[in-house]
Design a protein around this ligand. Structure first.
Ligand code: SF4
Length: 377
């Protein structure tokens, strides 16, 4: 069982907080799609013919692609890879791209899951972040997708935004819950170095929210969503039963994935690699049959660290039997020793041979994971 990620690095306009790899120049789009299809062919052996259970079109803004672009990519995918008939096939979409015609077109393609980047329903904040849509457009787009027959829709929200109060966050959550998406991803805003938002903070034009408020916003998020039947299955991800993101979960459960496109990452159990983060260099490399990428072979300790970071963040936790069988007795003992103070403080717990975060541990998960990592002397 494996997954495929396709990076579509085109955005109509850049949002001021974003540091994902994307470009507002779309003149290379046709050549890029060609290269993407060629890369799928060139790397056909990467997943050892494992059955493809998930496909994810991420970005950038994949909803900037047209029907012909998707058809070409799907034709390559289905020709080259053994794709399960039950595969989860997700498209990340921006609300303002989801016109009735566009959604109708999407319904003719194999997509069965949408992930809509809404971020907030606060008009002023949407403008400040330079999102391309209004709150009303986001709500209408969601309703249209639902009416068109999409029964698995995720929405992205952000909190800790400039000027955010508990009241504005409660309103965002209330609106999100009224829409009843199957899945909600909610991330705290990060001021990424070099972004326009980061510069605004440097110039004191926007202020970061206080840490106490951040914690309260996260607490409210967890409580509200749980009250409405959502399962908190990963630090930033919530779903109604049976609707967790199978694609993202495969990253956290160590499954293999092939990432195609500029800047895309791949993982096959013993190495990870990432493509060059340049549209021009990516296309050129593929055209010359010499893809530009970097590769890191994973030794036992790096694999152990990956195992800690990916398992502890989920509600499924870390299976201790797998820890022992995959990493040996010495790393098993090391892990339990490093977990001990957090077990004592009630931030971690062991039930049925699985080590996982407790409700209070989720708030300090970064520190806990970092304590459990293997650090070279
Ligand atoms: S649309 Fe998404 S990828 Fe593009 S700039 Fe905005 S947040 Fe970044």
């Amino acid at each position: 069982m494996a997954g495929i990620y396709l990076h579509i690095p085109f955005c109509k306009k850049r949002c001021i907080y974003c540091d994902f790899f994307s470009s507002t120049r779309s003149e290379k789009k046709a050549a890029y799609i060609d290269a993407l299809c060629q890369e799928l062919e060139l790397r056909r052996d990467y997943l050892d013919e494992e059955r493809i259970e998930t496909i994810y079109f991420g970005g950038g803004t994949p909803s900037q692609l047209a029907k012909e672009d998707f058809e070409r990519i799907f034709s390559s995918l289905y020709k080259i890879y053994p794709i399960s008939p039950e595969a989860e096939i997700t498209l990340e979409a921006n609300p303002d791209d989801l016109s009735p015609e566009y959604i109708h077109m999407l319904r003719t393609l194999p997509f069965n899951r949408l992930s809509i980047g809404i971020q907030t329903f606060n008009e002023n904040t949407l403008k400040l972040l330079q999102r391309r849509h209004t709150a009303q457009q986001a709500i209408e787009a969601f309703i249209r997708c639902r009416e068109a027959g999409f029964h698995n829709i995720s929405i992205d929200l952000m909190y800790g935004l400039p000027g955010e109060t508990m009241e504005s966050w409660e309103k965002d959550l209330q609106q999100a819950l009224e829409m009843k998406p199957e899945h909600i991803s909610a991330y705290h805003l990060i001021y990424e170095e070099g972004t326009p938002l980061w510069k605004l903070r440097q110039q004191h034009q926007v202020e970061e929210v206080e840490e106490d408020l951040s914690v309260s916003l996260f607490t409210t998020l967890i409580h509200r969503l749980k009250e409405h039947g959502y399962q908190h299955y990963e630090i930033s991800n919530f779903s109604l039963p049976g609707f967790h993101s199978r694609h993202n979960s495969s990253y956290w459960t160590g499954k293999k994935y092939l990432g195609c496109g500029a800047s895309a990452h791949s993982y096959n159990g013993h190495s990870r690699q990432w493509n060059v983060a340049s549209i021009e260099k990516y296309i050129q490399g593929i055209e010359q049959k010499k893809p530009e990428y970097e590769i890191e072979e994973l030794d036992l300790y790096t694999r152990y660290n990956d195992f800690v970071i990916t398992t502890i963040r989920t509600s499924w936790g870390m299976p201790l039997s797998k820890l022992k069988s995959d990493f040996g007795d010495s790393l098993y003992q090391y892990c339990l020793r490093m977990a001990q103070p957090h077990l004592k403080q009630g931030k971690l717990e062991i039930t049925n041979h699985v080590l996982r975060l407790t409700e209070s541990g989720i708030f300090v998960s970064d520190g806990i994971m970092s304590d459990m990592l293997w650090v070279e002397d």
